[in-house]
Design a protein around this ligand. Structure first.
Ligand code: NAD
Length: 471
């Protein structure tokens, strides 16, 4: 079993006295060991980040952009090594694992092209008032298990570009590819600028309460996000929370099903549905309801599910046993209602955490599959007769991460989009992030924004300077 993975602390490799097993979700068996960082190791990582902060924060944006680009190139050069590790620990097909790493490298560079300029907000002959931005200090970055690399890249890009230094902790389910990214940091960034430490949930708690940390960037579940916010309040750390979603897709009565059905399918089933901003419930109008159910059923039934290392695989397993059990439980609950499960509805008869892509027709608002974030390959389709009613039902949730509207009339779609309570609403698209588009949630889907100019600003402290002018 591979056990050569190490933390990166102050630019150097470190192992730990304790370690834990990493399970391959395609087999349910452990395949590697991961070092489990102690509290002392975290203290040293934070101290290294603090020491590196002074010189790193004094570099220009251009210098930091160049260093981050070198780091991105270093990660890209190791895509053939990191890709299979990501597939084994996460479950996603190898092509999608490599896509994730490639996209992360692209975003690392593209996000550092954004500018946040100091500005003169008043110059009236009596005073000059300047708005300037300062980096915050040490960032604790915590990521989940669904997209470990690209979500880390978003935090690294703006966290470091803004002049901060970082301690990054991946999920204990998927730490290995992130530790390999940390190895690249040893060769490409000054020591202490990017530290990567692996461990259990307790390590996350130590990070968010740590007095040496100034800013927390957290991506994960709503429940943990609330704990993070409480814990960070001890020293009033700046916090962004990127949390769960229960994204609605509203299909309008003029939509072209031939065009949109494959995109809707992808938006719901990519990464086995384990995407914060996946389509989690579809509202379809009476006139398109049955053809849409049939179209999605056909795609789901033909979708090839298997081990991500098999080149024919289009969808891998659920990432861990707990998530598998949760999704199976929601499927069993759904079966108790008057619904049509038009395809799937069962696990695959093989080891590992595989669930057949599942389409649920005749779903209604009160069912768990509609009201909860299922985070798996199960898609409920709800019927509507009145668009206002569909918008009201789409908004009737404590979540508000993303949403989509599907129509031939793009401006009509944009008008409906503005009525949906979600941080991102696409017209005729769903899922994805772009370097200039701030991302985050309404309501309990999060706090603050990452990516884009708002994301960069969230890693800095604004300061106002008022200077009297001599007449
Ligand atoms: P999770 O909340 O269980 O864990 C996320 C991270 O938090 C892990 O690294 C974990 O070790 C750490 N953690 C756990 N307890 C902690 C604590 N008390 N203090 C600090 N850190 C702690 O989430 P998950 O199950 O890994 O991920 C799935 C969830 O993440 C879903 O709800 C999904 O929607 C959400 N998510 C959101 C986004 C987004 O951008 N909004 C992106 C991806 C995933």
């Amino acid at each position: 079993m591979a056990d050569n993975y190490t933390h990166t602390i102050d630019g150097k490799a470190e192992s730990s006295e304790q370690s834990f097993d990493i399970i391959n979700p395609a087999t349910g068996e452990p395949f590697a060991k991961c070092p489990d960082a102690s509290r002392g190791q975290l203290d040293r990582a934070v101290a290294a980040a603090r020491k590196a902060f002074g010189p790193w924060s004094r570099k220009s944006f251009a210098e930091r952009r160049e260093a981050i680009a070198n780091f991105a190139h270093g990660v890209a050069a190791r895509i053939d090594q990191i890709g299979p590790v990501l597939t084994r620990e996460q479950g996603k097909p190898l092509g999608q694992a490599k896509w994730e790493i490639g996209a992360a490298c692209h975003e690392l560079e593209a996000m550092c092209k954004i500018e946040l300029k100091n500005e003169i907000i008043r110059n009236d002959g009596k005073h000059r008032v300047e708005l300037v931005y300062h980096p915050l200090g040490v960032v604790a970055a915590i990521t989940p298990w669904n997209f470990p690399i690209i979500l880390a890249a978003h935090k690294i890009a703006h966290g470091l570009y803004a002049g901060n230094t970082m301690v990054l902790k991946p999920s204990p389910y998927t730490p290995l590819a992130t530790l390999l990214m940390g190895e690249v940091a040893r060769d490409t960034l000054p020591p202490g600028v990017l530290n990567t430490v692996a461990g259990g949930n307790a390590l996350g708690g130590w990070m968010t309460e740590h007095p040496g940390v100034d800013r927390v960037s957290f991506t994960g579940s709503v429940a943990t996000g609330k704990r993070v916010m409480a814990s960070a309040s001890g020293t009033l750390k700046r916090v962004t929370l990127e949390l769960g979603g229960n994204d609605p897709a509203i299909v309008l009565d003029d939509a072209n099903l031939d065009e949109i059905t494959p995109n809707l399918f992808r938006g719901a089933f990519l990464n086995a549905g384990q995407i914060c901003m996946a389509v989690k419930r579809i509202y379809a109008p009476d006139n398109l309801y049955e053809p849409l159910v049939q179209g999605l059923t056909k795609l789901a039934a033909a979708h090839r599910v298997g081990d991500g290392m098999d080149p024919d695989t289009e969808m891998g397993p659920l990432q861990n046993k707990m998530q598998f059990d949760k999704v199976m439980d929601v499927i069993e609950d759904t079966k108790k209602h008057k619904v049509r499960i038009t395809t799937g509805g069962h696990r695959l008869n093989r080891p590992g955490y595989f669930i057949a892509p599942t389409v649920v027709a005749d779903a209604t608002d009160d069912m768990r599959i509609v009201a909860e974030e299922q985070f798996g390959p199960v898609l409920p389709i709800l019927r509507y007769s009145d668009l206002d009613d569909a918008v009201r039902r789409a908004n009737d949730t404590r979540f508000g991460l993303a949403a989509s509207v599907w129509t031939e009339d793009y401006e009509r779609g944009a008008a409906v989009a503005k009525r949906i309570e979600a941080g991102t609403v696409w017209v005729n698209h769903h899922v994805g992030s772009e370097a200039d588009m701030p991302f985050g949630g309404f309501k309990e889907s999060g706090l603050g924004r990452e990516i884009g100019s708002l994301g960069l600003a969230s890693y800095m402290e604004p300061q106002v300077i008022k200077v009297p002018l001599r007449g």
